[in-house]
Design a protein around this ligand. Sequence first.
Ligand code: HEM
Length: 179
Amino acid sequence: MKGVVFTEFMEMVEARFSAEMVDDIIEDAQIKSGGAYTAVGNYPFAELVAMITALSRRSGMPTSELIFHFGHYLFGRFAVLYPYSIQSCSSSFMVFEGIEKHIHVEVQKLYPDAQLPDIQVVERDDKRMILLYRSPRCLAPLATGLIQGALDHFSEQGRITAEPLNAEGSEVRFVVELL
Ligand code: HEM
């Protein structure tokens, strides 16, 4: 998984919890590098999972909630770090339409080793969009947070429903309704 996800995760933990929490979860998760991540590196996905598990244990918050918060935070950060990825969009639905066609395509060009989900738009009208998420990393709560982040970015009110299509959560159907 790309280093930018790790560096942003550490920053979110420090901002929402504390610098001590960052040290504690690195220790609990037995991260050999000591958490010295760089945005351009590439690191095992298992390390992120181990840190989220440790954060859940220490904070008492469920992992899915923490991953959702991280996704929400991440959208705001992506908008700052990669402004060109969403600059032609004037609504969240334009962003969602563009994930598979433009946004992640550019990410893959920039980082050929990026491991990205498959996110297809299966239905769309002015008020409602149905997306199909597929990924062996089963990060649907991250997608929910990113979707919520996009709604907030454009000051839109919406309801997101995530329906898992299998037990692992590697396939999830999202319904996003504008209110
Ligand atoms: C609402 C819009 C978006 C959604 C729902 C979304 C969804 C996701 C998800 C769920 C992942 C985790 C990997 C997985 O599940 O397999 C991911 C990874 C990633 N996305 Fe997106 N994304 C969105 C917008 C963006 C934007 C605007 C950028 C900025 C260029 C971006 C760049 C990335 C990068 C760099 C990764 C990490 C890839 C890796 O670790 O190898 N995404 N995305």
